[in-house]
Design a protein around this ligand. Structure first.
Ligand SMILES: [Fe+2]
Length: 382
């Protein structure tokens, strides 16, 4: 008998005015003195002000030192600020990085051992302080997942804390919070959301529930991402992307992601390529490889992306899906080729070895991949 659990953030609040619910949620969670976890760019752009204006007179702390692809040391610094400030809850405001740091601090704040002992699956032993996640990009889905990804610069590796105790108490998702998101980040995080939806639809652990969310997200992203990129003030496109990212997050938080993410991690860990970009670089090549295992599912993806597939064979329809993904990435100016990012070609065997060991993701992938297969994919993407 097979069993599937479906777990997401406890409460989802969506819509253009979602942010107005912040005071009520702080009261409900009994948070009187929150620490806001964010980055300096979001403070300067005025995005964090939307949060500060809604604290209803509560005193707060501001930790604004989150960086893209955040290092483990940032969790230590933020946890120190949390303890020393005597806070009683966390508000993560930002892209995946700020929310992942807030989730990590929630797990680490009351933990007795070293931070390193939390890495891996189910190493967190108890629920931390209450956490509200407010995404400012439409992409990572971190507001509804049980994973936090951190960079270990020394080991040149990405490390994950995976635990249901990381699921935020509230995901507050408003398109207004994404209006200041720069074009390049809109593109990269939007493609990350697309990859979440596609990988969860193809995952060996997909269920009818995650399928519905994944296909719904793909449909929205195919239409809305080019519009949000072309006109960052298009509120409907921003709202569709925020919703799609949330749906894709709920899908992959339960079905898992696969080889695109596994192969992307060494690119982020070793060469600091932004997560969404490294996913986009690999997406068409991993998909060309995967399609043999599940052409019917690729047909569904092609249809969701608006391709006319009714008269096509499954294999032709699957190829249409791969082309449609590549075209969408190109339309939002995602660069092509690992070469453009100064990845040396002789690093490929080592990256392949590393990616093949990410069992947590590889076990979801529809086609079995050896280290040699992965090497071929990296070369195709070079
Ligand atoms: Fe991702």
């Amino acid at each position: 008998m097979s069993i599937a659990a479906f777990k997401i953030a406890n409460t989802l609040i969506t819509g253009r005015s979602a942010i107005d619910q912040l005071p009520a949620e702080l009261t409900r969670l009994n948070i009187r003195h929150p620490l806001i976890v964010t980055d300096a760019v979001l403070v300067r752009s005025g995005t964090v002000a939307h949060v500060l204006e809604r604290l209803d007179g509560r005193s707060h702390g501001l930790f604004d030192q989150v960086e893209p692809e955040p290092e483990i040391a940032i969790v230590e610094a933020c946890a120190r600020a949390y303890r020393q400030g005597g806070h009683d809850g966390l508000i993560g405001v930002g892209g995946g990085s700020a929310i992942d740091i807030a989730k990590s601090v929630a797990a680490y704040a009351g933990h007795e051992g070293a931070l390193e002992t939390l890495f891996g699956v189910d190493q967190v032993t108890r629920k931390g302080p209450p956490l509200i996640a407010i995404p400012t990009t439409a992409g990572t889905g971190s507001e509804v997942t049980n994973v936090a990804i951190l960079s270990d610069k020394q080991a040149q590796l990405k490390k994950g804390i995976v635990s249901d105790f990381l699921l935020p108490d509230v995901a507050l998702v408003s398109p207004l919070m994404t209006l200041t998101c720069p074009r390049g980040v809109t593109a990269a995080s939007g493609v990350d959301a697309l990859v979440h939806a596609i990988e969860s639809y193809l995952s060996l652990h997909a269920t009818p529930i995650t399928d519905a969310l994944a296909i719904g997200a793909i449909k929205l992203i195919a239409k809305a991402l080019p519009k949000a990129y072309a006109n960052p003030a298009d509120l409907q496109a921003r709202e569709d992307m925020a919703t799609a990212s949330l749906m894709a997050g709920m899908a992959f938080g339960n079905a898992g992601v696969g080889a695109v993410h596994a192969l992307a991690y060494p690119l982020g860990g070793r060469f600091n390529i932004a997560h969404g970009v490294s996913n986009a670089l690999l997406l068409p090549h991993v998909m060309a490889w995967n399609k043999l295992a599940c052409v019917e599912r690729f047909r569904d993806i092609a249809a969701a992306m608006g391709e006319p597939v009714a008269a096509l064979s499954d294999l032709d329809a699957a190829e249409r899906a791969v082309h449609a993904m590549a075209r969408l990435c190109a339309s939002v100016d995602i660069p092509k080729g690992l070469r453009a990012f100064d990845v040396p070609e002789d690093a490929i065997p080592r990256m392949a070895e590393e990616a093949s060991k990410i069992e947590r993701l590889m076990r979801n992938n529809p086609r079995v991949l050896s280290a040699r297969d992965i090497e071929q994919i990296y070369r195709a993407a070079y």
